[in-house]
Design a protein around this ligand. Structure first.
Ligand code: SF4
Ligand code: SF4
Length: 420
């Protein structure tokens, strides 16, 4: 068991770099749990209890055409009262691995019309990682893109997935970006690399050279602090004229787009950073969605006894968990195990009204004012101050010299204001 929702101690000390390598072996879970969610419409179960499914087989379908597919082959059962990262209960489809690794894929797509691509993305269950993991096809349908921004910037410390994707799939990411370029008759394509992945610029420029008739740029994004807000990146690399029809797609989404369109692979796996000084072997692991933190951390050499905090997500926007029984889904990019040394420094002090949080907020909000209103239970007033516009990017909490966990206040405020 770990500390849960300890408001004062979430952000770890950033400075000491932890070496995180790519996993050298395949991670194979003994079971996975996939939630039956209503957020995409009314779910229809496509499998029955005790049925044996193949990896990639449809488990749940929605009216829109969106599917949830199996990440491993094995036997189906239903699991009630599972708890998600927000402490909410949900019903899940459990697959017990038969270790046969039998799988089904689609044929690679031949006709690349928008209609065909969207149909494929629905069937494969692809989501948009930058936009609350909504079905990617829904986001691509009826959209106009003049400037396409491929976002490869690190949103938070510790996160390494984008780096590993660029290292292993640069050609695929480039090829899929060109497909989107052609599909939307884009006028300009911009690859944005964070400084931590600037080493890929040369290779990317080589690929761009072969596409002389296309307008493609590679830009390095320098920021004094981390950020989780895609609009901030777009605003930083596009001119005022370009912003209205500029769309950002992050490299994780582009990679899974490539897998679905060119290889016919349903979206059933993702890369996850497992890091922090509380884990024995920090590494980036490819995991079937629905795998438990327990099995993933065991694969990474186990949790050290000094670990006092488990966080799902990055240190700026992640959420503390109390149990390793939790499952990892599309939106979870990292598992952090933090020791006392990494977390205790973050004792919150009173606000000194320095306004640094205001300066860095991409939504032009007043985080200090909002957190004070939320603390005083003034949720309606906080709404008047545009609380609901907060994207929970974490910039304000990261920059705050008083170490106030503003994001947790803001998240709590938004949830409570929504309930009222
Ligand atoms: S950055 Fe922190 S200390 Fe400064 S005004 Fe904002 S909340 Fe207050
Ligand atoms: S108030 Fe919200 S949007 Fe603004 S910096 Fe803080 S977390 Fe980001």
């Amino acid at each position: 068991m770990f500390d849960f929702f300890d408001l004062e101690n979430l952000l770890p000390k950033i400075g000491k770099k932890i070496k995180v390598e790519e996993a050298q072996k395949n991670f194979v879970p003994s079971e996975i749990f996939l939630p039956v969610l209503n957020k995409f419409g009314t779910p229809k179960l496509e499998v029955c209890e005790n049925e044996t499914v193949l990896k990639g087989q449809t488990l749940i379908s929605y009216k829109s055409g969106f599917r949830v597919c199996a990440g491993i082959s094995g036997k189906i059962s239903l699991a009630k009262n599972k708890i998600n990262q927000f402490g909410e209960r949900y019903e899940a489809i459990k697959i017990t691995n038969d270790f046969q690794n039998t799988e089904i894929n689609f044929e690679p797509l031949k006709d690349f019309s928008l209609e065909n691509i969207c149909e494929r993305l629905f069937l494969c269950g692809n989501v948009d990682f930058e936009n609350d993991c909504v079905p990617l096809a829904e986001r691509l349908k009826n959209t106009k893109i003049k400037t396409l921004v491929v976002n490869a910037t690190a949103t938070e410390p510790y996160l390494k997935v984008k780096e590993i994707l660029l290292k292993n799939y640069l050609n695929e990411i480039f090829c899929a970006s060109l497909k989107l370029y052609e599909l939307f008759e884009v006028e300009k394509l911009i690859f944005v690399l964070g400084t931590e992945v600037r080493k890929f610029k040369k290779e990317l420029l080589k690929l761009c050279k072969a596409e002389k008739n296309k307008k493609i740029k590679v830009k390095i994004f320098r920021s004094a602090y981390y950020h989780s807000d895609k609009d901030f990146v777009v605003k930083s690399v596009c001119s005022k004229k370009e912003i209205n029809f500029a769309r950002s797609v992050d490299v994780v989404t582009i990679w899974s787009f490539y897998e679905a369109i060119f290889k016919g692979k349903p979206f059933v796996e993702r890369f996850v950073t497992v890091s922090g000084t509380g884990i024995n072997l920090p590494q980036v692991v490819k995991i079937p969605l629905g795998s438990t933190v327990k099995e993933i951390t065991d694969f990474c050499g186990g949790i050290k006894t000094e670990a006092i905090k488990l966080v799902l997500g990055g240190p700026m926007t992640g959420i503390s968990q109390y149990s390793t029984e939790i499952s990892i889904f599309a939106e979870n990019s990292a598992i952090l195990l933090l020791t006392e040394k990494e977390t205790l420094w973050r004792k919150a002090e009173p606000c000194i009204w320095c306004a640094l949080c205001v300066e860095v907020c991409p939504e032009n909000l007043l985080p200090s004012k909002l957190s004070a209103l939320i603390e005083a239970n003034e949720f309606d007033l906080a709404k008047d101050y545009d609380l609901m516009k907060c994207t929970e990017c974490g910039n304000c909490a990261y920059i705050c010299p008083s170490k106030i966990d503003l994001v947790h206040y803001l998240h709590f405020g938004k949830v409570t204001a929504n309930k009222n």
